[in-house]
Unconditional design. Structure first.
Length: 184
């Protein structure tokens, strides 16, 4: 399996970092793009260095590299995950504005009918945010908001982060024990 991961300039970069950690543990090939603003947020919100996050991926590309292999429909990959997604990135994807490596690979993912998962991290939401999410959903994209569940009784932030990453793994049919599944 080959997965493209985009980390954009929204709070909650730990979701993207944990996703990369778990994909690496699962021995899945990853292609990473971190936006310039996300690099600042990584250092502000976490104890990770950007270079350490990049080392979690199999390959890493600059946000401004529109010639990156991931931006070609002829490059075969299975899914793209934008985690977290800023509303700016979500808007660009919704409107087909592929002006950087993250929005371009999302455009390629949709046009090639591959799996696109977007994890928006914003609250509250304006109507235009919801409309942009609806547009992406209509085209086959999956909107998976960073809204952790509580039925598994999380005790830590890590458990809440794992819940979201586990949901992504579930969508991609990757076996995981990142959270306790619903039981009656």
């Amino acid at each position: 399996m080959k997965i493209v991961v985009g980390i954009t300039g929204a709070s909650g970069v730990i979701y993207g970092i944990r996703l990369l950690e778990e994909l690496k543990k699962a021995d899945i090939e990853t292609y990473l793009v971190i936006s310039d603003i996300a690099k600042d947020i990584i250092e502000y919100e976490t104890s990770y260095l950007v270079c350490d996050v990049e080392k979690l991926a199999s390959y890493s590309y600059d946000e401004h590299d529109l010639n990156a292999i991931i931006n070609s429909g002829s490059f075969k990959f299975d899914a793209t995950i934008i985690i977290p997604s800023s509303m700016k990135t979500l808007s660009a994807i919704s409107n087909g504005y592929g002006d950087n490596a993250i929005t371009r690979v999302a455009d390629v993912t949709l046009k090639e009918r591959r799996t696109l998962i977007i994890v928006p991290r914003e609250t509250p939401l304006r109507t235009i945010h919801l409309e942009n999410m609806t547009n992406i959903s209509r085209e086959g994209g999956i909107i998976l908001p960073a809204m952790p569940g509580f039925y598994h009784k999380p005790q830590t932030i890590d458990e809440q982060v794992n819940f979201i990453v586990g949901k992504i793994f579930d969508i991609l049919n990757i076996n995981n024990n990142l959270f306790t599944k619903w039981k009656q």
